[in-house]
Structure formats: structure tokens, C-alpha cells
Design a protein around this ligand. Sequence first.
Ligand code: URA
Length: 470
Amino acid sequence: MKAVGGSSEFHEWSRLAISLLEQQIPPDEILWADESPQPLLPGLTEGIREVVPSKVQAAILPAAFAAAARPVLAHRDSAKWPLLYRVFWRLHHETANLLHIASDEDVCQLRRFEQQVRHDTYRMTQFVRFRRVQGLEDERFIAWHRPDHNVLRMAAPFFVKRFARMRWSIITPLSSAHWDREALTFSAGLPREQSPTSDELEELWRIYYAAICNPARINPKAMSAQMPGRFWTVLPEAAEIGPLLTQARGRVSTMIRDQRDQSSAALFVPPEGDLSLLESASRSCQGCELHVAATQTVFGQGTPNARVMLVGEQPGDEEDRRGVPFVGPAGTLLDQALNEAGLDRQALYVTNAVKHFRFTPVGRARRHQTPRPSHITACRPWLEAELRLVQPDLIVCLGATAARTLLGYAVSVTERRGKLLSTEWARGLLITIHPAAILRGTDAAHREKLYRTLVADLMLIAHVLPMPRE
Ligand code: URA
């Protein structure tokens, strides 16, 4: 057994991992210890060859793995060390495709760690509040924040961009970042007592927040889900939320009426971040009025870099309750057709043009209503963000709403289905029948005919994807 001390510095860690791999040391022969001032514990130091040139690193460390490893290195759980090396080892010794196997236990854990760190980074960008401190020579803004993971290095570039002209420091218990308008430096962390607690900036924040606050966008449930209680104590504007909520209901209905025709999700879509961040931001979307009656946002689901993206219309009753696309009767039929066409849903990305359920109550039931063009337009920023991140080679539109959303004009599914069309979002776009249309077929023979058409169209996917992903 070799004892090795991990390093959260990507370059150090990658050198170490490559060196271990080159020496053919299998994961179960390594005993990982947490980071220490000396990166490698005695016992292995002699065996490790130094500096591997970066070109070699790039060849050995696949880009997709490196992109996942960077955030995972910031995770606080020391299970990350054996996990990262195990995945790295398996990428070389089992399959280079490992990261695409969404059901693999190691891959699941890697993605979970990655997501948790990205969320934490996002939360830092949202919940850090600076307080002004007048020094002898200059003015400085200081913030104290307690992230769950060691995400300061990942979040710091956001603050550099946002507050480029201020001198600031962000202090966390693990490390601190300092910006002097030219250079970003890091030092050790500090306990909270050493960060200033109040000053006039706090009051300014309150006034500013009350002025800009849009009560329709305050969603207390989503806020407490996203913002652990400990952050509230450092947010000066938290005191304003209660009174603003009291007036909120009346203002919200007026705003809904006023904004119906100019609504858009654009304000709710984070400018950057991965799919999980997008998904979590979408939960608070109030970009159109559909969010009022729907249970929740139903965001897309599937492999983040899938080659094929299926786009439906909007969630149905079951999807609305469970928060997952295509899990109701239409979803069951879709799964059956995908199976018959030899496609694995796990390898695809499945989403909808509109992310909230539109319905009319009929007694205790909820009857599906086709979304209006204004709903499609309002929701489009989410779909575009999903397309930008997934970058599919092929988009498959299930039915007329999806086709209209992606093409920008109404088409007849019967006329245009089963042909490869062009789109700015992928190498090709295919239109096929929506599974719900099959369920509405007039009789068994009609339904069977429509179902066969759907399967045949889905079978085309394999034919139009001859080229490996670039
Ligand atoms: N119909 C759709 O278009 N999408 C779903 O998620 C479910 C039914």
C-alpha cells in the first residue's frame, strides 16, 4: 500500500495522478491522505517522477475528465481522492467512454460531487455581501462567507469581473481572496470574528434592495431551498423580505396581467454555469404566468453532452407532479418506441419547449392545454441555454410545438416528419410524431400506424449520426 497526500491544486494533483498512472499503481494500492503542507507523504515521494510536460498531460488527462476533476478537487469530502484516481485509472484501463456511462457508480458520484461544488460556487456568487472598511490609505470592501466546499478559487473570477474597480477581500474559514484592481491573490482563511459586521453600506444595501426588489420574483420556498439559513444572517436585505412579501400578492397579480405579452424567462437564466445550475435556477422561474398554477418547473433531463436531444411540448399532469419530463403515459410510450428503435434513453437529453404544465381544471382533474405562442417565446431562453450546454448533434422535435419552437415557424408534422432539416442549433433536426398524438389516435389500428411511424423515425437517428462527435 502506498500512502499519498492529495493536493487541491489542479496542476499538482494532475501531475501526481499522471505519475501514479505511468507507474501502473492501481487505485486499490493507494492510501489517500488529505492535503498536507508536503503534498506527498513519505513512502511514495521517492517513486514519483517530477514534472510531466503539459502536452503529455493533455493527452493523458482527457479534457472532459479534467473539466470534472477541477471542481471535484474543491469538494470537502476526502472520498474525492480515491474517486478521482479510480475514474482516471478506469478511463485508461477499462473504457475511454466511462464518463458517458451515466449509470456507473463512480461516474454518478463524480457528477454528484461536481454538481455540489458548482452549486456552492453559484451560491457564493449570489450571497456574498461586501462591507466597506476605510483603511489608512484606501478604502476596501470585505466580505465573509462560509461555503460548504473550498470554492473560493472557482468563484473569485466572477467577483474580479463584477467588481473590477474595487479593492476587495473575500474571507472564508479555509482561504481568502484579495483583489487590488490589478492582481488576485490568495491567503489563509480567517474566522468570522475578523470580518467587519456592520457599516453604512449595509443600510445602503437595504434601501437599494427594497427599491429594486420585484416581489413576483421572491419565492420563499425556493429561497430557503437554495439559501441555507446561515447565509441569511449575513444578508442585510433579508430584513426587507418579510414586509415586501406582505404586499407581494396584490402586486404579483397586477404584474402578471401587465406582463403577459412581454414575459420572458431571460431574467431567470444564469449567464453561465452548467446544466445543474440551470436546473436549479429554473425552479424559481416566473418568466410567464404558467408558474402560478403549475406545481413546479420541469427541466430537461439526461446526459449533459448527449448527441441527441429530444424536445417535447410541455410537461403533462404526471410530469408536473414528479418534476421529470416524459414520465407519464406519453413518456411510457416514448420509452417503448426508443427501446424498439434500439436507443437508450439514458444516453439522450430529453426536454420540453415549455417547462411548466398548462392546464384547465376540470372537476378534480387537470386537462392539458396547448401552450400559447407567448409561453413558447417566454420559455425559449431555457431551451436555448440547454442547447448551448448540451450541444447535440441532432435535435428530435416531438410534435408541432417543439418543431415550431426550434424552426421559428409553424410546420405540418405529417409533411415534414422523417426528414433531416437544418438548424443553427445542431447538425440536423428531425421532426416526428408526439407520443401523446398516438395515444389520441382514433382506434387501435390508427394508433398502431402512428406508433410504427414514430419508431421508424427514431430508427433514423442511428442513420443520420454517422460521424463521431468532434
Ligand atoms: N408531453 C410532452 O411534450 N412532454 C412531457 O414531458 C410529457 C408529455
